[in-house]
Design a protein around this ligand. Structure first.
Ligand SMILES: *Cc1c(COP(=O)(O)O)cnc(C)c1O
Length: 853
């Protein structure tokens, strides 16, 4: 098979001797190039007609699944449908590869440990323009397309925002026909499936591959060996030059699995290449032959553990050796794959920076930097200085956090044990770097210590963000405010040394998945008034809706779309979770990972405050604007406070929903297992988007963008991309509350005492007291104490300080919602003014500011 990303064909060898499969490792991955006249003609997919589609589908069912229609299961049909759609994409993939080889240009190597892809079928149908054809064709066979679509298990190969961002970016690059290979890990188990038991989160392994994964192609013949452990040896050649040899003690192989990443209406298809770890045969057989069968199996399991499971952590580093193994594993496979298999065999590596830029999605792939140095110096024989000059121009680094505890560090002894040669290289990079610092800032030893890639306390450890900052051509934050704080607070010494390295690229989301696919009714309405579908790839065109905000008949249609989206959601929640939702309430949604800085507990306090004010008789239930509060959030399994917060939200929901005094005017629902599939249903139905992190803690957020684009109004702090959303939509169409980042910093410096806010605010005191009283937890005070005590005595993220401002903003929300026409107008303006948040625009910014500079 030809890959779309190969720049030049390599010299070909005959494969094998024609009688037995080749086992010569030097021949395995090489191309066999027949010279027949048909060898390179364009490949065509099946005809784009209903009949052509039905025939291709039945072929797949019969010859791919080995089953006849009347005996087939829904899963058979789903797999056959997926493969049929892939036939259409395949022709475009092959053609993209041919075209790119004919005119090689610089390409993007996107390195990310996570891709939170979501379901593939809908997007593949959209990309191939087959949705109607498939729907009609399947209907003639008595099959419902929607049923097959819901059969797909989404590949949850990411935790949250960071992984979803990578998925949006690679979608946009394909849509813009920019050559990109995205590299990552094919985890056998993705992010866990969340269930609730007695209001507590239970984690179920995500066995997403169990019914077959039709979207991937394994290429075992392109396996890459990855070494670990051992020691290094030094020798001198006749010229006195020192050579270092890494003598590893064990290895695994990485098997690439290819996924097509289709564009939209442009016939371009890029590649996502995910690596799966396997024991190397020799390694295994040796042990097996020595008679230790159990050990042979154990070593195989050990090797395969590397890509077994995604770390269910979000934004806090896990000091687990296996995680470093995962990082090095996928990065080593990816660099090798590109240098040895993608570039032409005689490629002059001095020109590497003209051919590729490796974008590091956070610090997870940063070990790629010493790996490239090792390849250039130890394997390819470059002098250190020249290798460093090449390496420095091949990487760019995106930082995704502001929380100091989320900056990855790896203990020196862990790296030394796993990657001894890489540790030496990191030390050498640091030595040279610190000489540079001393030259620039003579006598400033404190600065030298601050900037060292090696931290000395509490243990000697490699600061991965610093390593990335030293090597990268560009360092970017992910929203305007974040990039500013990154420069001034997270990496101030680096920005002083290299101001030009720093830039901003505000995140974005793909309008294909999060508007066109997730919200077909709104899409239809937009297309109707704008006249065509060009907005799908040119989202600034949404500004054409601006004029319709004042058109009463358009507003009525817009409301009907929202109402239909709510109905669709409520049917799903009924089916999926057995949850009944009152159809007419305002839908107030907070969906994102559970984290203290995101402040789900602040929203909980608001809900308890409303409830308390009714049950205490201070407010009549009829004075409450009817609302349904929706939560969706997974907590990392080891994150105690987050799990206690989930328990408390569920407990409060249970109590409030069963209290007849609320008359359904106040309801709380928490569907389990928030993922991309659920996001696609929830977001189009939302009236209000909750983006309430403590200012200065959320790097960007992308959920906030999805909501605004789907016509929800935001209640939010001046944090991350909220700042830019508010500027674009205007203050009248955004509910701002809370301290600004400088105010947060000031309060922190003065010394924040949460209990003083508790004591001085009657509403807050009543809410906290009720929450801690056992009222929601079956009279068990202890069950609520973890969260309540933390709020009162610690409250690192100042929920109590922002409580009053939040409650007041919620009152403004109620007042605004009561004026239906004005609310609809604001919702329309949110859609019209947020075209900026297309990930296509993010990709243009990366190209202009980072990749093509
Ligand atoms: C967009 C998205 C996120 C990120 O949400 P934030 O509110 O920006 O944290 C997380 N998970 C899923 C499934 C998403 O679709």
């Amino acid at each position: 098979m030809t890959e779309s990303d190969v720049i030049q064909p390599r010299t070909s060898h005959p494969i094998g001797n024609g009688e037995t499969p080749t086992t010569d490792p030097t021949l395995l991955g090489t191309r066999s190039t027949p010279t027949h006249a048909l060898a390179a003609v364009p490949v065509e997919g099946p005809p784009l007609t209903v009949d052509g589609f039905v025939e291709a589908f039945l072929q797949e069912l019969h010859f791919g699944q080995g089953v006849q229609l009347d005996r087939s299961t829904v899963n058979d049909q789903y797999l056959a449908l997926a493969r049929t759609v892939m036939h259409y994409m395949m022709a475009e993939w092959l053609e993209t590869g041919r075209r790119r080889r004919a005119e090689p240009t610089k390409m993007i190597g996107y390195l990310s440990a996570e891709y939170l892809l979501g379901r593939q079928l809908g997007n593949a149908l959209l990309a191939t323009e087959l949705t109607e054809v498939a729907e009609e064709g399947l209907a003639t066979l008595g099959i419902d397309l929607a049923t097959l679509r819901s059969q797909e298990i989404e590949p949850g190969l990411g935790n949250g925002g960071l992984g979803r961002l990578a998925a949006c970016f690679i979608d946009s690059l394909a849509v813009m026909d920019v050559p990109c290979i995205a590299y990552g890990i094919r985890y056998e188990y993705g992010i866990f499936r969340q269930t609730f038991f007695n209001n507590r989160q239970l984690e179920v392994p995500d066995n997403w591959l169990r019914l077959g994964s039709p979207w991937e192609f394994p290429h075992p013949e392109r396996a890459v060996q990855v070494d670990f452990g051992g020691h290094t040896e030094r020798t001198s050649d006749e010229n006195g030059r020192e050579h270092v040899q890494w003598v590893p003690s064990w290895n695994v192989q990485g098997i690439p699995y290819h996924y097509m990443v289709p564009g939209y209406d442009n016939k371009a298809v890029n590649t996502l290449r995910l690596w799966s770890a396997q024991a190397t045969d020799a390694f295994n057989l040796q042990i097996f032959n020595s008679g230790d069968h159990a050990e042979a199996v154990r070593s195989q399991t050990f090797a395969e553990n590397i890509s077994k499971v995604l770390y269910p952590e979000d934004s806090t580093p896990q000091g687990r050796e296996l995680r470093l193994q995962q990082q090095y594993f996928f990065v080593a496979c990816s660099l090798h794959d590109y240098i040895e298999h993608t570039l032409p065999a005689d490629f002059d590596l001095r020109k590497l920076p003209d051919q590729i830029i490796w974008q590091l999605n956070d610090t997870h792939p940063v070990i790629a930097i010493p790996e490239l140095m090792r390849i250039l110096v130890d394997v390819k024989g470059f002098e250190w200085a020249e290798a460093w000059d090449i390496t420095k121009r091949c990487f760019a680094y995106t930082c995704h956090t502001l929380l100091p505890e989320a900056l990855e560090v790896w203990p020196v002894d862990v790296i030394g044990r796993l990657l001894p040669r890489h540790l030496e290289i990191i030390f050498r990079i640091n030595e040279d770097f610190l000489i540079e610092v001393r030259e620039r800032f003579p006598g400033d030893e404190l600065r030298v210590r601050r900037m060292s890639i090696i931290a000395e306390h509490p243990e000697r450890a490699v600061r991965m963000a610093y390593l990335a900052s030293v090597a990268a051509t560009k360092i970017n934050g992910v929203a305007a405010l974040h990039s500013e704080l990154l420069r001034d607070k997270v990496l101030p010494d680096f920005s002083e040394m290299w101001p030009d390295k720093f830039t901003n690229v505000t995140n974005g989301v793909t309008p294909r998945r999060f508007l066109r696919l997730a919200n077909p009714k709104l899409s239809e309405l937009i297309t109707e008034v704008l006249g065509d579908e060009r907005w799908v790839t040119d989202l600034d065109r949404l500004s054409g809706l601006e004029a319709y905000a004042d058109d009463a008949s358009f507003r009525e249609k817009f409301r009907q779309v929202k109402a239909a989206n709510k109905t669709r959601l409520f049917e799903l929640l009924k089916r999926r979770d057995g949850i009944d939702v009152a159809p007419d309430n305002m839908l107030d949604v907070m969906v994102k990972r559970l984290h203290e800085y995101k402040r789900q507990s602040l929203k909980l306090l608001h809900i308890v405050h409303l409830y308390e004010s009714v049950v205490s008789g201070r407010r009549d239930i009829s004075d409450i604007v009817p609302r349904t509060f929706v939560f969706g959030a997974k907590a990392a399994p080891g994150y105690h406070m987050a799990k206690e917060t989930i328990f408390l939200i569920n407990s409060v929901a249970e109590k409030i929903n069963s209290d007849s005094r609320m008359q359904g005017r106040l309801a709380v629902v928490f569907p389990a297992n928030y993922n991309v599939t659920l996001a696609e249903r929830l977001i189009p139905a939302a009236d209000l988007s909750e983006q309430i992190s403590l200012a200065g803690k959320e790097a960007s957020g992308t959920g906030n963008m999805k909501f605004a684009l789907n016509g929800a109004l935001t209640i939010g702090t001046d944090d991350g991309a909220n700042v830019e959303i508010r500027k674009l939509v205007g203050d009248d169409h955004f509910f701002l509350f809370g301290m600004s980042e400088p105010e947060v910093a000031e309060l922190g410096a003065r010394g924040y005492v949460p209990s003083s806010f508790y004591e001085q605010n009657e509403d807050l005191r009543r809410a906290v007291d009720l929450l801690g009283s056992g009222e929601f937890t079956g009279s068990n005070r202890d069950a609520a104490s973890t969260v309540v005590n933390d709020l009162l005595w610690n409250d690192r993220f100042m929920a109590l300080a922002d409580f009053q401002s939040y409650v007041e903003a919620q009152a403004r929300v109620d007042a605004a919602y009561a004026d239906t026409e004005a609310w609809t107008r604001s919702a329309i303006l949110n859609v019209a003014r947020t075209g900026f948040f297309s990930s296509d625009r993010s990709m243009r910014d990366y190209l202009d500011r980072i990749w093509l500079r």
